[in-house]
Design a protein around this ligand. Structure first.
Ligand code: SF4
Length: 337
């Protein structure tokens, strides 16, 4: 259902000159928010109601200098209606001329903040009543390039008598079961989100052997290999270790997320990658065994814009500048909770 949305939206006249950017997310999982739905302008969360497929619809989320959690626009919109609701929402956003006065405030969350979700819903329904049903099925055909063939579970190449502790640690934090029996999702720990060109080529080889030949980047600055046969996990781990991508502790406190900051972003005030590296090294050096502490997330943005998702962390930092004796010096604001 995301594919028809994209195809319908991309060249739609309404989406060509929005007041500003508009981010949409979809998830097929009603019980686990794996898309950060609350920080998107528009989010669709799959639901089934009375045997009918549809979505819960959230609007108006965002971070940056005005963080807002998306609010529920509808608890359920059927698949026959989600494209027409989308068009109605685009219409309301596009017509909000007041948003065009200040680029910094030209987001749908600002409109909803000003008029309230009830009034926003009224505006959407007014538009929606003029839009007929839009059937997504003609837009659903998937290009062959996206068809994936999972590898067959085959005999492992290596079968150690005793599994190394490092492998068990990696299994505990970097491997998740798929709903398809016998297959796993493997997350790679990628410090600072940096891969070398050699690692890229080697990773391409690895994912052709153990996965579908493609990988996904994740919102947690990790790389996910899907459809990994359970029987090949040890072989995969060994091959990942050889290219320095077999580190454990994905999605734990030491797996610090940071935006590029001053390394490459012209808006950066501070070296968020530098701070991320320093915190990670320190956390590894002083490793905690407290399971609750290990679950914490540290995220860093090099300025208040929040690309490092500092709003969504247990411990967040954003770059700032403070007055020093000889002028401004880089600093951080710290967010807890
Ligand atoms: S948070 Fe700021 S410094 Fe970091 S990538 Fe975004 S704009 Fe650049």
């Amino acid at each position: 259902y995301m594919t028809p949305y994209v195809r319908y939206a991309v060249r739609h006249p309404l989406t060509q000159n929005f007041p500003r950017k508009f981010k949409t997310s979809f998830t097929g999982s009603p019980n686990k928010d794996n898309i950060m739905s609350a920080i998107h302008d528009l989010a669709f969360i799959a639901q089934i109601k009375d045997g009918k497929k549809g979505f819960k619809v959230l609007v108006g989320g965002g971070t940056s200098i005005m963080p807002r959690l998306a609010q529920t626009l509808y608890d359920f919109v059927s698949i026959d209606d989600y494209l027409s609701v989308s068009e109605a929402i685009w219409q309301v956003f596009d017509q909000a001329e007041t948003l065009r006065k200040n680029r910094m405030m030209a987001r749908i969350k600002v409109l909803i903040d000003r008029i309230g979700i009830e009034e926003f819903r009224n505006l959407v329904e007014n538009e929606w009543s003029n839009i007929g049903k839009i059937d997504p099925s003609p837009l659903m055909a998937t290009d062959n390039i996206y068809t994936e063939t999972p590898p067959l579970p085959t005999k492992p190449r290596r079968t150690p008598k005793k599994l190394p502790e490092a492998f068990s640690n990696w299994m505990a934090t970097n491997v998740e079961s798929q709903k398809q029996a016998g297959y796993k999702i493997v997350y790679l720990t990628v410090p600072q989100g940096d891969l070398t060109k050699d690692q890229f080529f080697q990773l391409a080889k690895v994912c052709r052997i153990y996965s579908t030949g493609s990988v996904r980047t994740t919102q947690e600055q990790s790389i996910a290999l899907r459809w990994v046969p359970e029987s090949l996990l040890f072989d995969l781990w060994k091959d990942l270790v050889d290219i320095d991508l077999g580190k454990p502790d994905a999605h734990t406190i030491s797996d610090v997320v940071s935006c590029p900051g001053t390394d490459s972003c012209k808006l950066g005030i501070t070296s968020s990658m530098g701070l991320g590296k320093a915190i990670r090294e320190n956390l590894i050096l002083n490793a905690t065994n407290d399971p609750q502490a290990k679950k914490l997330h540290v995220k860093i943005s090099g300025c208040p814009n929040g690309c490092g998702q500092h709003h969504l962390a247990n411990i967040g930092f954003h770059g700032a500048a403070v007055k020093g004796p000889k002028g401004q010096i880089p600093a951080y604001e710290v967010f807890l909770g």
